[in-house]
Write a protein that binds this ligand. Structure first.
Ligand SMILES: NC(=O)C1=CN([C@@H]2O[C@H](COP(=O)(O)OP(=O)(O)OC[C@H]3O[C@@H](n4cnc5c(N)ncnc54)[C@H](OP(=O)(O)O)[C@@H]3O)[C@@H](O)[C@H]2O)C=CC1
Ligand SMILES: O=C(O)C1=N[C@H](C(=O)O)C[C@H](O)C1
Length: 264
């Protein structure tokens, strides 16, 4: 199929490679310098566009791609405050959108397990949840979009967790690299005050880490911990290309859960 890329950074390059490996044709590559080409003929010939740019640029890119009649897969994170406006506009122009904080198939399986574990923990008040996400130092937003999605899953399933709270962002360097995320959180000074029922989310920034998410349920006698650790960006990129294959020819605003439902 014909695919247009919006954003030609780390993810754009990985998506281009995997899309070509799967036999797709890249008909347009939109970056900062030629952003106006979203309104051009080559872009409009695409059967789907894949958008991975920045928190501030993603909403306009998505709305313009939808107005050009091209179904959009959007992986950019950090634009949740404009989600309603974007979805309304996509619907108004009769477009198609699948936006997700994480296109990795593994992360979406991980979230199913996360939600089941959170539901079980409703019956066990002695277990307190904590979330840790680690990403590369270039990342613009925190907490990661994936951490927010995982936290929303816990809030939906667990009677005692009613919100998530940003515990802050810590750089991992030679002074703290030997500590676990839980030890880093325990050593925060000042210690953030958490509202009753809030799930703390700590962001760590370290080297070129592609993306690690840990969900910990801690009791006085033991700890249950589940982890998703990306080995590279290839899982995100493959999932985004699969989403483009899935959304081609569709109209409407979709969630990754609908794609996962068809897959599992
Ligand atoms: N959903 C998922 O599965 C995943 C989501 N992400 C998210 O995807 C986004 C991109 O990540 P990543 O590729 O690592 O970031 P990069 O910074 O490597 O790439 C972003 C690219 O977008 C370009 N860009 C900026 N503004 C525009 C614009 N208006 N139009 C077109 N292109 C633009 C940048 O150009 P320039 O550098 O010249 O400014 C850059 O080339 C982030 O929000 C990240 O959180 C990342 C991995 C997986
Ligand atoms: O910026 C990244 O790199 C990533 N961003 C996404 C997020 O914010 O959750 C997904 C992935 O973890 C990598």
């Amino acid at each position: 199929m014909k695919i247009a890329l919006i954003g030609y950074g780390k993810m754009g390059h990985a998506i281009e490679r995997i899309a070509r490996e799967r036999g797709h044709e890249i008909v347009a590559i939109i970056d900062v310098d030629n952003n106006a080409d979203i309104d051009g003929e080559a872009f409009a010939s695409a059967e789907a566009a894949i958008e991975f740019t920045t928190p501030s640029t993603a909403p306009d890119n998505v709305m313009r791609a939808a107005a050009a009649g091209v179904p959009v897969v959007c992986g950019s994170t950090g634009w949740g405050a404009r989600r309603d406006e974007v979805e309304k506009r996509v619907s108004e122009v009769g477009g198609a959108l699948l936006a997700s904080s994480n296109f990795s198939i593994g992360v979406n399986v991980f979230n199913i397990i996360n939600r089941k574990l959170a539901r079980l923990m409703s019956h066990l008040p002695q277990y307190k949840p904590h979330m840790y996400e680690t990403h590369h130092v270039h990342k613009l937003d925190h907490p990661s979009g994936t951490a927010i999605t995982l936290a929303e899953g816990i809030i939906a399933e667990n009677d005692r967790v009613s919100s998530w709270a940003d515990e802050g962002m810590v750089s991992v360097d030679s002074s703290n690299a030997s500590l676990t995320p839980a030890q880093i959180a325990a050593g925060l000074d000042p210690k953030p005050v958490m509202a009753e029922g809030a799930l703390p989310v700590l962001s760590l920034r370290e080297g070129e880490v592609p993306g690690t998410h840990i969900i910990e349920w801690d009791s006085p006698v033991d700890t249950i911990e589940i982890t998703h650790r990306a080995k590279s960006r290839d899982g995100f990129a493959l999932g985004a290309v699969m989403a483009a294959e899935w959304i081609a020819g569709k109209k409407g605003v979709f969630s990754i859960d609908e794609m996962m439902h068809d897959l599992l």
